[in-house]
Ligand binder design. Structure first.
Ligand code: GAL
Length: 696
């Protein structure tokens, strides 16, 4: 059984799914922006669209508590009552992502401060310092009020704490944060001696003689100690997490049995370590927005969904927000084309979401997001978007059988926020984008039709045929041992360059690179040889692996169709047990191995020392998958994902191409009832969801 199917537990409790008898469908509902006469129409239209869950109250702190300690719940009582009468469940938010103007005025020291020392203002949102005692008191008080009043309300099915922790303000650099950071460091290191050693403070004479000398990493004349910066990122993620758990514990205490979530931004938020957070929520939920102008942005969507499912340890999760059409915050806000929102929604569903929600129900007329799309556009129901929303509601209600089935993944990609933070710090051989590397590997898996989970480097790898490790710069000894055990017991591992370099304190591992991964990979790296902008090096096959690689030639005329080149980075690699698969034909590492493979125990460990051209990376990964007996199909632009239930397997096929696709897939179409006996035809841009008996 793949690791993704293991039962998720959070904070020691079994996952508690919101009380819903079908796939959740709905969005953020902001009745406070509308006159009450509209609310009844909202509920009527929600029913027409098949909406069964709405998120209420996200930014309404100033309305619920108009002045400190004075509360007005009348309007919320009426809204929740109306929703309940209409059979619509409520995901009730604590409004703590938008402290009211009175709060910022009364507690100016609770405003967030940037690394440059700028105090951020209000009239916006997310304006608070996560380490502020005043914010802690005020947010706990409003959460307690809401939990007391609505904790047993029959419409309440889920608590939504805050909104996108860490959004807009990734960290606060005020004096209160500095104090809290010092407390956090005392807890982590125990003694100043250990801290000085971990941070390497002998360098540039940065030694600390008392705890009070330690500051947050404010803007300084030049590079700030990287180990301090790394710890400050850990601290900041934890400071927000403390804000979440404070409210969660209040909700658990006063509203027992109702699950608590907070919406993640799994693949787009660098500054929150969601592996740590996922353990603390009852239900994992995620927000995902396409980068509208990016080509093939549906692959990025699939990656976000796979990462979210992995955070949920394979359990069902909620897509808390996405958009019906354009957003308003990109440089050019390209509208979704007809059918695109449906493909997006069903792709999330295929990858494990048991709920599809949008930002937002009704388009706002005022404020910063008035040009953001909604389920109900400014123009109302006489619109394509509304028709698509109603259609999606029907589709989701016909797909209820998929609930609680689990996604089958044969491969895993290692993703680690700590290494992400560390690899992007300054002072490295070249600037680095962690997400660019992860995405490059993910794209090749997606194109090869390989569904993957994401795993923490110290997580359970035993269920996967292939594990990919793009640039794990920060590699703990435990992670290295974990990867080694995986390969020794028969796994196939692919590690790429600039991995195994530093420990958890950003200190270079002793000895040659790649430190604790050297014996596993069977190579040493003598020198990093980053390439000039635009420079390419050619690669040549050693002829031991085929097809696709055995014929890789550095001579473009020998095989004009193949992109046998790499760019950005090279390394002087020496074999220490591994065999060469590809070598550098030219460039600063000419003649040295570029891609290697090492037999280790019963498995194989591949090493890629450069940034391979996309096509060549695809061929290397296919060869590694072939080693592991994992089937890879040619890129057809057709997404096929399996969810397995107790009795059935559900196959979602999404045709992203502009021509009809034909596949040897059989089963019953859950949306039309059509039975496909031998082949399935999927018109351009269409989606099919088939049910097969498990085992067929
Ligand atoms: C999300 C946020 C929503 C809304 C949305 C717009 O990040 O949670 O409140 O701002 O973006 O796309």
């Amino acid at each position: 059984m793949p690791a993704s199917a293991s039962a998720a537990t959070t904070a020691g409790n079994a996952v508690r799914w919101p009380r819903l008898d079908s796939i959740a469908y709905g969005g953020d509902y902001t009745p406070e922006q509308w006159p009450e006469e509209i609310w009844a129409e909202d509920v009527r239209l929600m029913r027409e669209a098949g909406v069964n869950l709405v998120t209420v109250g996200v930014f309404s702190w100033a309305l619920l508590e108009p002045s400190e300690g004075t509360f007005d719940f009348g309007w919320l009582d009426r809204v929740i009552g109306l929703l309940h009468d209409g059979g619509i469940q409520v995901d009730l938010a604590t409004p703590t992502a938008a402290p009211p103007a009175w709060f910022l005025r009364a507690y100016p020291q609770a405003r967030p401060v940037t690394a440059e020392g700028h105090v951020l203002g209000g009239a916006s949102r997310q304006s608070y310092c996560p380490s502020s005692p005043a914010y802690a008191r005020a947010s706990a008080r409003i959460a307690e009020q809401l939990a007391t009043r609505y904790g047993q309300h029959p419409a309440l099915t889920l608590w939504h704490v805050h909104n996108e922790y860490g959004c807009h303000v990734p960290a606060c650099y005020c004096d209160q944060s500095a104090r809290a950071f010092r407390d956090w460091l005392r807890e982590r290191y125990g003694s100043l001696g250990d801290l000085n050693a971990a941070w390497g403070t002998a360098f540039w004479g940065q030694r600390y003689g008392t705890w009070d000398e330690i500051d947050v990493p404010r803007r300084a004349p030049t590079t700030v100690n990287p180990a301090l910066r790394l710890d400050f990122m850990r601290f900041s993620s934890d400071a927000f997490l403390d804000c979440f758990t404070r409210e969660r514990d209040i909700l658990h205490r006063l509203s027992s049995g109702i699950p608590v979530t907070t919406n993640f931004m799994a693949s787009s938020c660098k500054n929150i370590d969601y592996w740590r957070w996922a353990r603390e929520v009852d239900v994992v939920s995620n927000d995902h927005y396409l980068v509208a102008e990016q080509a093939a942005n549906h692959i990025d969507l699939a990656m976000a969904a796979d990462l979210t499912r992995s955070l949920a340890a394979g359990a069902p999760w909620l897509l808390m927000e996405h958009s019906t059409g354009a957003v308003n915050w990109q440089r050019r806000n390209i509208a979704k084309r007809p059918g695109e929102m449906r493909r997006n929604s069903l792709a999330h569903l295929a990858r494990g979401a048991d709920g599809i929600l949008f930002y937002q129900w009704r388009a706002s007329r005022s404020g910063a997001e008035k040009f953001h799309s909604a389920m109900l556009p400014h123009g109302g129901t006489a619109s394509r978007i509304w028709r698509e929303v109603v259609q999606l509601g029907r589709d989701l209600s016909a797909l209820g059988e998929l609930r609680a089935s689990w996604v089958a993944a044969g491969a895993a990609l290692v993703w680690d926020w700590e290494s992400y933070w560390a690899v992007e710090l300054e002072g490295h051989p070249a600037e680095f984008s962690y997400k660019e590397r992860i995405s490059a590997f993910y794209r090749q898996l997606w194109r090869g039709g390989v569904t993957c989970d994401f795993v923490h480097p110290e997580g359970d790898l035993s269920g996967y045929r292939v594990v990919l490790v793009p640039s794990l710069y920060l590699t703990t000894p435990r992670a290295a041992a974990n990867l080694g055990e995986y390969v020794a017991s028969g796994g196939t591992l692919v590690v790429s360059y600039f991995s195994g370099i530093v420990d958890a304190s950003d200190t270079v591992h002793p000895g040659s690179y790649p430190g604790p991964l050297g014996s596993l990979l069977g190579v040493t790296v003598e020198e990093f040889l980053p390439l000039r902008a635009g420079e390419q090096v050619r690669l040549r096959s050693a002829g031991v692996v085929g097809p696709g690689l055995a014929d890789a030639s550095a001579d473009a005329s020998a095989d004009a169709s193949a992109d046998n080149w790499a760019d950005a980075w090279a390394e002087m690699v020496h074999l220490a047990g591994a065999e060469t698969i590809l070598s550098y034909a030219d460039g600063p590492a000419a003649g040295a191995p570029a891609v290697t493979r090492h037999s280790f125990g019963s498995g194989q460990a591949w090493y890629i020392s450069t940034r391979l051209a996309e096509d060549l990376l695809g061929r290397v990964l296919s060869a590694a998958c072939a080693d592991a007996g994992l089937a890879v199909r040619a890129d057809g632009g057709v997404e096929v994902v399996l969810r397995r239930g107790d009795d059935h397997t559900f196959i979602t096929v999404i045709n992203h191409q502009d021509r009809t696709a034909e596949l040897p897939v059989t089963g019953v179409d859950l949306l039309t009832g059509t039975r496909y006996g031998t082949r399935l035809e999927v018109p351009a841009g269409e989606v099919r969801v088939l049910r097969q008996d498990s085992g067929s």
